[in-house]
Design a protein around this ligand. Structure first.
Ligand SMILES: CCCCCCC[C@H](O)CC(=O)SCCNC(=O)CCNC(=O)[C@H](O)C(C)(C)COP(=O)([O-])OP(=O)([O-])OC[C@H]1O[C@@H](n2cnc3c(N)ncnc32)[C@H](O)[C@@H]1OP(=O)([O-])[O-]
Ligand SMILES: NC(=O)c1ccc[n+]([C@@H]2O[C@H](COP(=O)([O-])OP(=O)(O)OC[C@H]3O[C@@H](n4cnc5c(N)ncnc54)[C@H](O)[C@@H]3O)[C@@H](O)[C@H]2O)c1
Length: 310
């Protein structure tokens, strides 16, 4: 059977005694993160349905997954193209696309939400899914910065709710932060951890604090780079070069902002500023807000701090 690969079998055997293993996953959002999460879940033998608001978006998402999967195959199976093609085909067979999230969630073990970073919209989505998803279904959010407790607040299934924070680009980055808030049960936390490991990631355990571990440290650093540019102390290019060559980062902060998306960057900082208006580290940036207002969202729109137009 196409869905039963070794990773899934491994995940079944390690977690079977604790709770039913996750076989069918629904990923909501077919953007940067949703496509990556869909890919790694399908690669590891899970049956995944990726949902978004329109056919056009899910089709584009599917094309992005194919491009990324080709890169993985090229690297992993460079000496065995036949096995590579088989891996490609079986991964793609594990993926379905849909635009009706409620229909899909009615028969799923795990919902991973990766939609726009907006609390109201996430709460509305989960509230509607809570009414149709089976009892055993676990809900998880891939939010970068919003409290899991707040996202879960409109749901009855508080104990079956947690955070699964993946990193961009998901097929390459090796970490998943597994987040629990006060109501998350031990079984749910363990299922999410098992799932993160079944998709090939190293997991760390996080409390539901702003930015969890990585973003609590990364966001102040990136925003200080933006403020350094705003103060006219150095150019974006020089700051990027300095952090790559002087601190060993694979991307400079402006390249990373463009890679993450300036809209997501803006939402994160704005949200934290509202929670703690006196904290200077979380002060919104006029420059980022201006770029977003101009539709310059980074790589995904062709322009951000840099231009990506060919
Ligand atoms: C201010 C507020 C902002 C906060 C934002 C927080 C956001 C969020 O919550 C947290 C994050 O994610 S934070 C963000 C965390 N993320 C970071 O910090 C990322 C930092 N950047 C990096 O780690 C590297 O620049 C990249 C890995 C992106 C590209 O690597 P590179 O060397 O510059 O370029 P390369 O040579 O092209 O690729 C190298 C290898 O990777 C492979 N590959 C690449 N993309 C792929 C894909 N989509 N699919 C499959 N494979 C892909 C590629 O095939 C190649 O394999 P090979 O076998 O070596 O030929
Ligand atoms: N971009 C990153 O580097 C990154 C990294 C980790 C976590 N995150 C988080 O992941 C989430 C998604 O970020 P992204 O970068 O993939 O965003 P994105 O803009 O690339 O994609 C979001 C997708 O969600 C869809 N969407 C919006 N509302 C929806 C709804 N009600 N139902 C279904 N689909 C809906 C949009 O059409 C879009 O395709 C955010 O919470 C973000 O904070 C982002």
């Amino acid at each position: 059977m196409a869905f039963a690969t070794s990773a899934l079998v491994r995940s079944l055997s390690t977690s079977a005694s604790r709770q039913a293993a996750i076989k069918h996953v629904t990923v909501i959002g077919g953007g940067l993160m949703g496509t990556g999460i869909t890919q790694v879940a399908a690669q590891s033998g899970h049956n995944v349905t990726m949902c978004d608001v329109s056919d056009d978006i899910v089709q584009k998402g599917l094309a992005r997954i194919q491009d990324s999967l080709k890169r993985v195959v090229k690297k992993k199976y460079k000496d065995d193209p036949t096995a590579g093609q088989k891996f490609f085909d079986s991964t793609m067979e594990n993926i379905r696309i849909d635009t009706n999230v409620e229909r899909v969630a009615a028969s799923t073990d795990l919902v991973i939400e990766a939609i726009i970073e907006n609390l109201d919209i996430k709460q509305k989505l989960f509230s509607s899914l809570d009414k149709v998803a089976p009892q055993h279904t676990i809900f998880a959010s891939n939010t970068s910065s919003l409290p899991i407790k707040d996202i879960a607040s409109t749901c009855e299934r508080q104990d079956r709710f947690g955070g699964l924070h993946f990193f961009n680009p998901v097929p390459v980055m090796k970490l998943v932060e597994v987040v629990r808030f006060g109501a998350t049960s031990n079984e749910t936390f363990q299922s999410l951890t098992d799932f993160g490991q079944a998709v090939g990631k190293t997991t760390v355990s996080c409390k539901d604090t702003p930015g969890f571990i990585v973003n609590r440290l990364l966001v102040p650093y990136m925003m200080e780079a933006v403020r350094m540019l705003e103060r006219g102390e150095a150019s974006a290019r020089d700051i990027d070069t300095a952090m790559k060559l002087g601190a060993g980062y694979p991307m400079g902060p402006f390249e990373l902002c463009d890679y993450v998306g300036l809209d997501t960057t803006k939402f994160i900082v704005q949200g934290w500023h509202e929670l703690d208006p006196d904290q200077p580290l979380f002060k919104p940036s006029e420059l980022v807000n201006k770029l977003v207002a101009e539709g310059k969202l980074g790589m995904k729109s062709g322009e951000g701090f840099y231009s990506y137009k060919k």
